[in-house]
Design a protein around this ligand. Sequence first.
Ligand SMILES: [Zn+2]
Length: 196
Amino acid sequence: MLPYATYIVDFDDFIVVMGRFEKYNVDLKGLKTSSLNLEFDLDNAFFGDIDGEEFQKGAVKAVVTVKRSRDVFDFSFDLKGKVVVPCDRCLDELEVEVETENVLRVKLGEEYADEGDIVVVPEQDGDINIAWYLYEFIALALPLKRVHAPGKCNNDMLGKLKKHSAGSVADVDEDGEQEVDPRWAGLKNIQFEEDN
Ligand SMILES: [Zn+2]
């Protein structure tokens, strides 16, 4: 069990964080019309607050449409813009264009459940915060390989990386295998007596 005070601190953080993402809250129960259109300009402040692993900067226009039929809400996300990720080769900033469309079905139910592309929201809360989905859908749309165009890498960074990796490369032989620790290498020469 954590001390009681820890819960209090976490709760304060939670309130601060929720405050920042308040405008990404969608009141499902209170939705009076059969469809709703939302637009967001996701900027560096948003991505910084989200604090995701893949990227923390960008400028993405998000158009979110919600269509309601009884207690089912079909969200469609249209995301278009640019985000900044580290280059795989030089680690310097690299701007990547993103354009992606995603759907999410949300239902009102007894208790919260996330079943992949269907999310159940407790009826008594009746709302969902889509901030994390906005980030996640963009992260999923990023290319696997992220490198600057030929000749556009940061040469200073490349130089430093090369120097740094030169030291560790020496420890690896041509097969890419780690060389055997000399203390253990001697074991190879020990002949075990056979019982016959
Ligand atoms: Zn690069």
